[in-house]
Design a protein around this ligand. Structure first.
Ligand code: GLV
Ligand code: MN
Ligand code: MN
Length: 414
């Protein structure tokens, strides 16, 4: 088998440099879509890609495509990539390993003199994280056609800034109708990512080959109570929106514990209290609820149970409520042929591995709507992710890049 030389030192130095584009002090990373740091990181990333000799195209949302042409450039390409946006106070590997690792994979193939039949394309997806617009996988959803231009035009961030104005101010002025990709754009898509969970480390394995991605749903709930003076308003007749929210938070946890599925997870990760003063009764609460399971029926059962509880609590406490389902996505299955290719490559390289489900979502969930996909995972120390302590060893990242590169090369000669 072809020997590849992954330049681990170059890749790790790039990961460390990208981590410096952050709105939080190191080791934490915060990089929000279209922020100054996101823009600066993109300028830096474009230069690394150009230095590698790839050609760049960007769409109207800022999804970036970097292509290395194959010998038959008219054929659908093989894609790879991930995201560089980072949720508040997270780490430096989530998404970044798939973007810079994908770049290193293409560079390693180039440097080894391997020319594939199909072109290889690296994608840096705009905003996999839901931080700014409340919905994850913004760029890949639009690329798959799950979000249409009209949906994008209707979106604003919590400060009321319109997505359409922000993206143009960030320099992405092409039409939104040009974002959706054709169904035959890619012949396959393979994303490298950190596991973000403990299974590979626990089993002392080097590589994970993802067979499916769990189904995520997100609810935004706004509770309208009645505010007032915390000292002067007696308890009878109060309509405290936060106390109502607390009952709902408890139910979210119960729904996951009692779903009957070991894969159920449910989290209230965002709770905003208005007006947010110690001596003022909370009059309004905004909460966002994240609910997932590998089985659609279990995920939907939890969503329904939480909505029923919101109605019951709000009826009993006379609290107004708006419930918006921000997303309720299906799970996806990886392509059998890509799984088998990745497995063969991993075995040939002599790396230990297992096949596993991704409990986190990824842009691959949406790329799966337009082509066969798979993902390669590398271990996460202590299973940590979405926190500054996120860590994957240099050599483990390099091993993932090697598996990615050779899997892409095989897929690109089919
Ligand atoms: C992605 O970051 C997720 O929340 O799964
Ligand atoms: Mn993430
Ligand atoms: Mn990610």
């Amino acid at each position: 088998m072809t020997q590849l030389s992954i330049n681990t030192a170059r890749l790790i130095s790039e990961i460390n440099t990208l981590a410096t584009f952050s709105d939080a002090p190191a080791p934490a990373v915060t990089r929000i879509l279209y922020s100054g740091q996101d823009q600066a990181a993109r300028v830096w990333l474009r230069q690394q890609i150009l230095d590698a000799g790839l050609t760049i195209r960007e769409d109207g949302l800022g999804n970036l495509f970097a292509r290395w042409e194959g010998s038959e450039p008219g054929l659908p390409a093989v894609g790879t990539g991930s995201h560089i946006d980072a949720i508040p106070h997270s780490g430096k590997y989530d998404g970044v390993v798939g973007v810079l690792g994908g770049l290193e994979a293409i560079r390693a193939l180039k440097e080894a003199g391997i020319k594939t039949k199909r072109s290889l394309e690296l994608v840096m997806f705009t905003a996999e994280e839901p931080t700014r617009f409340g919905i994850g996988c913004l760029g890949s959803r639009a690329m798959a056609g799950t979000l249409k231009p009209a949906d994008l035009l209707a979106m604003s961030d919590p400060e009321g800034n319109k997505l359409d104005e922000l993206r143009q101010a960030a320099g992405f002025k092409k039409t939104l109708s040009g974002v959706q990709l054709a169904q035959d754009y890619y012949s396959s898509f393979i994303e490298l990512h950190i596991e973000q969970g403990p299974r590979l480390e626990r089993d002392n394995l080097q590589i994970g080959i993802v067979t499916s991605i769990a189904a995520p749903a997100t609810l935004r709930v706004i509770l309208h109570g009645d505010g007032g003076h915390a000292g002067a308003t007696l308890m009878p007749g109060r309509k405290d929106a936060l106390v109502a929210a607390s009952e709902i938070v408890q139910e979210v946890e119960r729904a996951a514990h009692e779903s009957g599925s070991p894969d159920s997870v449910a989290t209230v990760g965002l709770l905003q209290v208005h007006p947010g003063a110690v001596n003022s009764i909370p009059s309004k609460v905004t909460m966002e609820i994240d609910i997932r399971d590998t089985r659609l029926a279990s995920r939907d059962g939890m969503v329904d149970r939480v909505i029923e509880k919101i109605e019951e609590v709000c009826g009993r406490r006379q609290i107004g409520h708006d419930v918006t389902i921000l997303n309720r996505d299906n799970p996806c299955q990886s392509g059998e042929e890509i799984i088998q290719t990745a497995e063969r490559v991993t075995q040939r390289l002599g790396y230990s591995y297992k096949k596993l489900v991704s409990r986190a979502y990824h842009d691959t969930l949406f790329m799966a709507q337009i082509c066969p996909t798979a993902m390669i995972f590398v271990p996460s120390e202590n299973g940590y992710s979405h926190r500054p302590e996120e860590f994957t060893a240099d050599e483990e990242i390099a091993q993932g890049v090697e598996v990615l590169a050779l899997t892409m090369a095989e897929c690109a000669n089919l």
